[in-house]
Design a protein around this ligand. Structure first.
Ligand code: MF3
Ligand code: CO
Ligand code: CO
Length: 309
């Protein structure tokens, strides 16, 4: 249960002309005074008013976890079927049919005009690759990014797979991208800040000679596909919003073996590395708990790291 949110409530005397304790900068009388529905010292209300962040209740967490289980089952299904000769559209069909069969909706389909049910990003494609007639060949890497809506809850996760046997660069970039996500999850906890997550990723990836994409970020998720806050994969320690129990957001570092610059193709979706170098990504939806974090899309990152070492 998300008890910490309630435990932090206290009764304090605040003068009507004092600054409002919700942090708005306005006088208390012009802000939260007399508004019992928006108790100023309730963390959940404060995070919603200040940042637009919707802290999740236990029933919501259970719903997102259930959607998350379907997402990782979908990724497992794809991983078992992927092979040279398939097209990215074949993966779209697999994901679409599996999602529907499990009474869920693919969140990508028609999202802001996206025409398919999943993103498939091959080699130099950073993210938002549109499934089509590209044929996978041995030595490729492909990121499959699945977001499902189950009983109105969204969960979002992705993995980068090897097609056939990987070469040394493919192994390296998958290894560093997976390690970057692991580094972030290992420090995500109440009291840490959004900037600490970005720092952990940037420090890990750049320390291994790779670069971090700036234009796409992690995001709150659960009630909607993309909710506040934004979660950059670069940053400074101690900066940004403090993490509190009940926050649910993605961490999804996109790591390039070359430079960090990107171009978006004429389809207005596909982001590719400007230097055509390999890019890899791993994403999970995580919950901040009282003591750390829990993945709501839990797949084994260590086995990815081992297989790419
Ligand atoms: N799943 C992506 C993310 O991690 C978003 C894809 S949006 C789409 O945020 F429209 F391209 F599907
Ligand atoms: Co995401
Ligand atoms: Co995603």
């Amino acid at each position: 249960m998300v008890t910490g949110l309630v435990m932090k409530q206290k009764v304090l005397k605040v003068g009507r002309n004092d600054p409002c304790p919700c942090g708005s900068g306005k006088k208390y009388k012009k802000c939260c005074a007399g508004n019992q529905d928006k108790a100023p010292l309730d963390i959940s209300g404060e995070y919603h008013r200040k940042y637009g962040i919707r802290i999740k209740q236990q029933k919501d967490i259970d719903g997102i976890r259930k959607a998350g289980q379907l997402v990782i089952d979908t990724l497992d299904m794809v991983e078992n079927k992927i092979r040279p000769g398939m097209t990215t559209d074949d993966i779209n069909t697999l994901v679409h049919e599996f999602t529907i069969k499990h009474h869920a909706t693919p969140a990508c389909l028609n999202y802001k005009g996206f025409p398919k049910s999943v993103c498939t990003s091959v080699n130099e494609v950073i993210c938002h690759g549109i499934p089509g007639d590209r044929v996978l060949k041995g030595g490729d890497i492909i990121n499959v990014d699945v977001t499902s809506i189950l009983e109105a809850y969204y969960a979002d996760a992705n993995k980068t797979f090897f097609v056939g046997a990987p070469g040394p660069d493919a192994k390296k970039i998958v290894n560093v991208a997976a390690g970057s996500l692991k580094a972030a999850l290992s420090i995500a906890a109440p009291g840490q800040r959004i900037g600490d997550i970005g720092f952990a990723i940037q420090d890990y990836a750049e320390g291994r000679g790779c670069s971090v994409v700036r234009e796409f970020v992690g995001h709150g998720v659960g009630f909607e596909f993309h909710e506040p806050p934004q979660v950059p994969h670069f940053g400074r320690q101690g900066e940004g919003i403090e993490l509190v129990p009940g926050m649910v957001f993605t961490v999804e570092p996109m790591i390039n073996i070359g430079g960090k610059k990107l171009n978006v193709l004429d389809d207005n979706w596909t982001a590719v590395t400007a230097d055509k170098s390999l890019s890899a990504q791993f994403e999970q939806t995580i919950l901040i708990t009282e003591t750390g974090c829990e993945s709501l899309t839990p797949y084994d990152i260590d086995s990815v790291i081992e297989r790419s070492s």
